[in-house]
Design a binder for this molecule. Sequence first.
Ligand code: GUN
Length: 282
Amino acid sequence: MAIIMDGKALSNQIIENIKDKVSNLDTKPGLAVILVGEAPASAVYVKNKEKQALNAGFHSFIHKLPENTTKEELLSLIEKLNNDNDIDGILLQLPLPKRLSAYDFLDKIDPKKDVDGFHPINSGKLITGETPYALACTPKGIIRILDEYKIPISGKNAVIIGRSNIVGKPLSMLLLNRNATVTIAHSKTKNLPDITKNADILISATGKENMVTKDMVKNGAAVIDVGIIRDNSGKLRGDVDFDNVKEIAGHITPVPGGIGPMTIASLMENTLELYNLHKAKL
Ligand code: GUN
């Protein structure tokens, strides 16, 4: 029976720690979140980000823009936030409405305010091994929880299912920098169970229910579930068939209460780090 990795408790602890640090500052870190359109899942994520930002003692600025926002309007808001001294971190919630391409905006955010680490300068730094101004929040949270539970990474086989720019790609670099042997699987991968069976650390980030079943998991593996799916009964579920996989995994993250809260904790850490960077410059 696997040890259940409690992302909620660890996230609370990280945010409490940030709150302590912030209470000793003479000004507050500022986080701006931009949400374009009405996607219900994104609206819930943004609300959670605001709640935790306020809890951490930050200024939180939510910019809700209508579905029909133009490219020029969004660029103009980003420029305004780049030039606003009260803002330390800018997050453009993804996905954007289909008409808009994230590539047109992510590289316009000041890399030193890029709290997601999605600017090409920051993703480039991650690839070359230089320290980015901020690391992508979900991958950072995954490494943090692996470390908390003392899961060895160096020399281990890590398999990531999902090659997104938000999770799979940056996570592969973080694991590689920690000397894991990394495989990225995706929708065109053949014989997926043969690959996942080799994983000491298995991360699934696909948003597909039952993507990972018991027969795909090595005995004792650490299984990290990044999926967030609302099933037919309205219950939140992950990619992993949790009830069966927990019987053979060594460690497993639940949904909810696993990687979701860790992502938010990383966002708060990044905001404080960027605040400190800006203050050091002034
Ligand atoms: N959508 C899903 N996850 C993320 C994230 O970590 N950052 C942003 N900006 N959008 C997301």
